[in-house]
Design a protein around this ligand. Sequence first.
Ligand code: PRX
Length: 630
Amino acid sequence: MQRIKSLSEYFNQYEKSQSDPEGFWAEIAKSFSWIEPWKKVLESDFEKADVKWFIDGKLNITENIFERNLIENKDKTAIIWEPNNPDEDTKKMSYQELYEETCKFSNALKDIGIKKGDRIIIYMPMVPEATIAMLACARVGAVHSVVFAGFSSTSLADRIDDCESKMVITSDGNFRGNKVIPVKSVVDEALEKSNSIEKVIVLKRTNQEVNFVSGRDFWWHELVKDKSSECKAEVMDSEDMLFVLYTSGSTGKPKGVVHTTGGYMVYSAYTFLNVFQYDKDDIYWCTADVGWITGHSYIVYGPLLCGATSLMFEGVPTYPNVSRFWDIVDKHKVNQFYTAPTAIRALQAHGLEPLENNSLDSLKVIGSVGEPINEEAWHWYHDNIGKGNCPLVDTWWQTETGGIMISALAGITPNKPAHASLPLPGIIPVIVDAEGNELSGNNVQGNLFIKSPWPSILRTTYGDHERCINTYFSSYKGMYFTGDGVKRDHDGYLRILGRVDDVMNVSGHRMGTAEVENAINEHSEVIESAVVGYPHDIKGEGIYAFVIINPGSENDNIKNQITDVVRNVIGPIAKPDKIQIVSGLPKTRSGKIMRRILRKVASNDLSNMGDTSTLLNPDIVEEIIQGAIN
Ligand code: PRX
């Protein structure tokens, strides 16, 4: 696969991707190894959310990571693993070692009864075995669904049930900063609530005592002990499912976004190579967790498909101190560093002192993902981490898009602070106003849609295709709706403005307001609640909950109890930052909560509340404002 090397080449490629999309993607896809070639490049019908790429092509994505790369890359480091505790040894795995470990674990999966198409939940810490587990699933044709290990047992059980998973792969415990998290017991709790799991594989990481159910639970190290280090890859159709990844929407429970094999492979590798301008001997580090799409596409699949060295970090940016990220960059001479604005803002708050002993001069490219990066954070990152001479790629994309959609190509596209900038080849962004008109030209703002399919567009939402059609393909005929607002400036550069639906973005994590409300409502004294996001200096958005409780049940502890319920139902990432007990919620005469008013209160923007006289209960607004001020 050729890397784009200049701005004029980018424009040429972009032009080609529009005039001949099938020819454009076919040429890129040809650089992968296919067991059988595709018969047709693309079939697409957005109205039915029916998209197929590289039709009837047969392949296995792990053969494209291993067999395709091993001749040249056998001894090259595939994964550098940096443990939570800096006193523990770093681990490096070559492509050959990763291949052998993946094959052993693949054989273990087969021996224990896993077959092509089975769904497997991975609930693990950031250790190389998480990558091995994902790749082994792909090797044997099983569908992985990685669940971020900070989610609660209820969230885990919901995901297990939704995809009717047969197996969970987990660990005895996880190290995270100075905490040791008993993840196996979270899995045990989840399994009390769900029925489909037959087997659990447990990796020893913390060596803590765990409950072990005979016949159901197996130690990883015992299963792989005598396994062969070769395992023939299952032949997969291009459109066979590779993984399901759950993500929050504006309604209901999180949905399982489905990605398939061929298109995802082509797009994740192509975008990795081009956005980060990865060079053969570079050390690349993405700080995300494999539980999110960023970890899937830009820790595991994209980099490994390109034969890159991908650094994986188990810990948190503040442990043992706030220099940790920068110490790791220097220790491993990281060339490309990819993180979220939340982490940047959190570290920025500690000033420049934590950087005093770091040179950071190995860095060539720095990247941002997951939420809008404000100008202040952009400049701090660019000036102090990139030392003013590293291109900063602000990459806009989503779980559903599978790969980066709008971004500068490092060192090629001119940087503009806080702008994701230009679409990648093959991507046609369209801006639509509130009345449904397409806005062409520059200096326009509206909702962001994408016209025409790209190879890694989601194929469905697991078990509920209607939901996929309704969520993404029904707002504007023939286009994919992103849920984001966007502005195209006078130069044609795109700036993402954030979500326009009831989805919050808290520390770069998507969280549906309805999801948090449902969790709050599980508290026995809660009558009703409404949740909105509000601007938060570090997290980007904070969670503000307005809660009505049973009369007389108010006590000193009620807010803590509500917080605990949310933690137990979803996980710590969904904890409200602020809870306000109210006696009512502003509602329209038809009973709809007026979130616009609540958002203004939560943001402390009390000027111009708009006309509230038509509300069912106009007096409540003043009461809520007074409650917020006090
Ligand atoms: O609102 C956008 C925001 O994150 C949402 C997607 O979240 P998720 O599916 O969890 O994937 C996050 C990692 C790709 C988007 O709808 N978002 C993501 N990247 C950016 C962003 N907002 C602004 N700028 C970005 N670079």
